[in-house]
Ligand binder design. Structure first.
Ligand SMILES: [Zn+2]
Length: 305
């Protein structure tokens, strides 16, 4: 009994020693840094590289990219009449859908209306935890940010769209989202899967290398994700890109009757630009995953003596 226990212990120690050793090409030369620790440092290093490149990279890229945003757009009254026509053509009003155009002057008015919609739909736990006053304060912050932006927003769970004065031309696109979401209810899922799948790919890509020859399916899957992390990151954007493309397509189809040819072309240019920003962000995420994996591999391959 004692002997077998000792054998097990010796084997375990040997295995640990083997795993913790870092062979440098010379079998006698063994690193003093345990490999598990080195792998953890490599994963953290990769994550650090990801954070340091993704956040500034996306800010710088969007600032540069913003220069290509077509300045000219359709008149605001045209954008609103096209939006109203789109809503009339669908059963969105029956579905309780509303949209708001916000500016500094009507901010409090819009806040009251949106507060009513959101508070009614908020869960009881949220109502108890946050309370009406804090909820309103948070909403005011959200609206203050929205006023400064150029784009419009659609909130599927609250069933309303919001546009700052500068972003009224995007309202038909948001109505396009609302139409798709009314029929499928998939929009919240699209946004969530896009974020979660990217996070999952990054986590697996930065974890210690897995063998493709393993018997275990999970390990095989992890190996596959590690091998194709960049391509999979790009692929994970496909549902969101499809959703954005569809919303714009619906908007452009519905606004044919309300806009003249020139206005339609201007709107198309705006929407192509908006779509390309999503493509741009997908490429940036894939590139930063690539850099993070390269950093992880570099640290893993370092030889400590
Ligand atoms: Zn959109």
């Amino acid at each position: 009994m004692n002997l077998s226990l000792n054998t097990v212990n010796l084997n375990t120690i040997h295995e640990r020693y083997r795993q913790n050793s870092y062979f440098t090409g010379n079998p006698k030369s063994v690193a003093t840094v345990p490999q598990t620790l080195q792998q953890d440092v490599a994963s953290l290093g990769g994550l650090l590289v990801y954070c340091l490149t993704y956040i500034p990279g996306s800010i710088i890229a969007s600032k540069i990219y913003n220069k290509f945003n077509p300045k000219e757009t359709i008149p605001d009254d045209k954008a609103l009449s096209a939006t109203d026509k789109m809503i009339q053509d669908t059963d969105l009003p029956g579905n309780g859908f509303k949209y708001f155009v916000i500016n500094k002057n009507n901010k409090e008015e819009v806040l009251d209306e949106i507060y009513k919609i959101e508070w009614e739909k908020a869960s009881n736990i949220k109502k108890k935890l946050i309370g009406p006053e804090r909820y309103k304060r948070r909403l005011r912050k959200k609206l203050n940010k929205a006023i400064k932006r150029h784009g419009a927003f659609y909130y599927p769970s609250k069933n309303y769209a919001l546009a700052p004065e500068k972003g009224q031309c995007y309202l038909p696109h948001e109505i396009g989202h609302a139409i798709v979401n009314k029929d499928t209810g998939l929009l919240p899922l699209v946004s969530a899967t896009s974020v979660l799948s990217k996070l999952l790919i990054l986590m697996v890509a930065l974890s210690p290398a897995k063998s493709g020859k393993s018997k275990f399916i999970v390990e095989k899957a992890e190996h596959f994700i590690q091998k194709h992390a960049v391509a999979l990151t790009l692929l994970s954007s496909v549902p969101q890109l499809t959703s954005e493309f569809t919303a714009s397509k619906i908007a452009l189809d519905h606004t044919k009757d309300t806009l003249d040819k020139d206005q339609q072309n201007l709107l198309k240019k705006k929407y192509i630009y908006a779509f390309s920003t999503y493509v741009n962000m997908s490429i940036i995420s894939a590139c930063t995953v690539k850099l993070a994996v390269m950093a992880k591999n570099k640290i893993t391959a370092m030889k400590f003596k």
